[in-house]
Design a protein around this ligand. Structure first.
Ligand SMILES: [Fe+2]
Ligand SMILES: [Fe+2]
Length: 324
C-alpha cells in the first residue's frame, strides 16, 4: 500500500506518527503509518498467527490418547485457545490491509514462517506438560511486553492472549507436578521431555542480539521492548527455580547462578540447529505444513458454503430494503 503525498503533507504525517510513538500512544488502523512499519507489522502478526495455528498440531496429536477425561478436557481447551489466538491475530493483520486467504496461502506454500519450536515432535504425554511449562512459558516472556506494542489492535489482542497463555503454562506445570509424584517411569518421562525441549525453548527468543538486525528498528517503532538476549535471560532466571521445585535437571552443565550479575549464566546455544530448523530441516517441518495444507483443502466446502450463505443473506436483506 503506497501513498504518494506532496512533501509538506507527508512530513506532517511522519511527524504525527513519530509523536504518537514517542508519547507511547497507539497507532490505529486508520492512522497514517510508514509503509515499512505496515509491512513489518503485517509480517510479524502473520508469523505470530501462523505459529498459533501450527502450534495446535504437536499437542493435538495427543488429544485422542489423553490418559484421563480430565486431561483430555484440559488439553482440548488449550488447543482450542490456540485456534482462537490465531483468529484474533489474523483479524489484527487484516486491519492493516492483509488478506487472510493470502496469508494462509503463504503459510502452506512456505513463503511465510512460523515459530520453529513447533517443528519438534511430541513423543510422550510428558511433552504436553513440558510444552505448557517451557514453550508457553517462553511465549509469555515474549508476549507480555507486546501488550504495550505500538500497533493498537495487536497490543489489545495480546492482552487477552497472555491471560490464556498463563493458563497454558499452569496446566503444563500442574501435569508435570502430578507426573513427578507418580512412578519412576513417569519421572523419567518428564526428565527426558525436558531434555528435548530445553534448548529449543531458549531458541524461541530468536538469534542473539548481534545477529538480529531488525531489533533496533522494531525497538524504535515501539513494537519490541526488549532484545532477544534480555528476554532469554529473563526466561532462564524464571525457569530455574521452577525446575528445582519440580525436581528435574535442566540439561546444561554450564547453568549456574552468577552472584556478581545477579542472574544465571548458561551454556552456548547450538545456533546451527536453529538455522537448520528455520531453513526447513527440522524433524517435522514438512509434516506440519502438509497437515495444514490438507486441513485447508478439506475445509474448502465450509468456506464455499459460508460465502454462499453470506451472499444469499445480503441479497435477501437488499430485497427487503427495496420492498420497504
Ligand atoms: Fe497461544
Ligand atoms: Fe499457548
Amino acid at each position: 500500500m503506497t501513498t504518494t503525498l506532496p512533501a509538506p503533507q507527508a512530513d506532517d504525517l511522519q511527524h504525527d506518527f513519530d509523536a504518537t510513538i514517542s508519547d507511547d500512544r497507539r497507532i490505529e488502523p486508520r492512522d497514517w503509518m510508514p509503509d515499512a512499519y505496515r509491512k513489518t507489522m503485517i509480517r510479524q502478526i502473520a508469523q505470530h498467527a501462523h505459529s498459533e495455528i501450527i502450534g495446535m498440531q504437536p499437542e493435538g496429536n495427543w488429544i485422542t490418547r489423553a490418559p484421563s477425561l480430565r486431561r483430555k478436557a484440559v488439553l482440548l481447551a488449550k488447543v482450542q485457545d490456540e485456534a482462537g489466538h490465531g483468529m484474533y491475530l489474523y483479524s489484527a493483520a487484516e486491519t492493516l490491509g492483509a488478506d487472510r486467504a493470502d496469508m494462509t496461502g503463504k503459510l502452506i506454500t512456505g513463503r511465510q514462517k512460523y515459530s520453529s519450536i513447533f517443528n519438534y515432535p511430541t513423543l510422550t504425554y510428558a511433552d504436553v506438560g513440558v510444552i505448557g511449562w517451557l514453550v508457553d512459558g517462553a511465549a509469555i516472556c515474549n508476549q507480555v511486553p507486546l501488550c504495550r506494542a505500538s500497533y493498537g489492535p495487536y497490543a489489545r489482542a495480546m492482552v487477552r492472549i497472555c491471560k490464556e497463555e498463563s493458563f497454558h503454562q499452569r496446566q503444563g506445570y500442574e501435569l508435570l507436578l502430578t507426573m513427578m509424584r507418580g512412578s519412576d517411569k513417569q519421572r523419567a518421562m518428564v526428565q527426558e521431555a525436558t531434555n528435548r525441549f530445553w534448548w529449543p525453548s531458549l531458541m524461541m527468543f530468536g538469534p542473539p542480539d548481534h545477529r538480529s538486525p531488525n531489533t533496533e528498528q522494531s525497538m524504535q517503532w515501539g513494537i519490541k521492548r526488549h532484545t532477544n538476549d534480555e528476554l532469554r535471560q529473563r526466561f532462564v532466571d524464571m525457569t530455574v527455580p521452577q525446575a528445582a521445585k519440580l525436581g528435574v535437571t535442566l540439561p546444561d552443565p554450564d547453568l549456574r547462578w552468577n552472584e556478581e550479575r545477579g542472574r544465571h549464566d548458561f551454556g552456548e546455544i547450538d545456533w546451527s540447529e536453529f538455522d537448520a530448523v528455520l531453513k526447513g530441516d527440522g524433524p517435522c517441518n514438512t509434516q506440519r505444513v502438509q497437515h495444514r495444507r490438507a486441513a485447508h483443502e478439506d475445509g474448502e466446502w465450509v468456506r464455499d458454503a459460508a460465502t454462499a450463505y453470506a451472499a444469499k443473506t445480503a441479497a435477501r436483506r437488499a430485497e427487503k430494503k427495496v420492498a420497504s
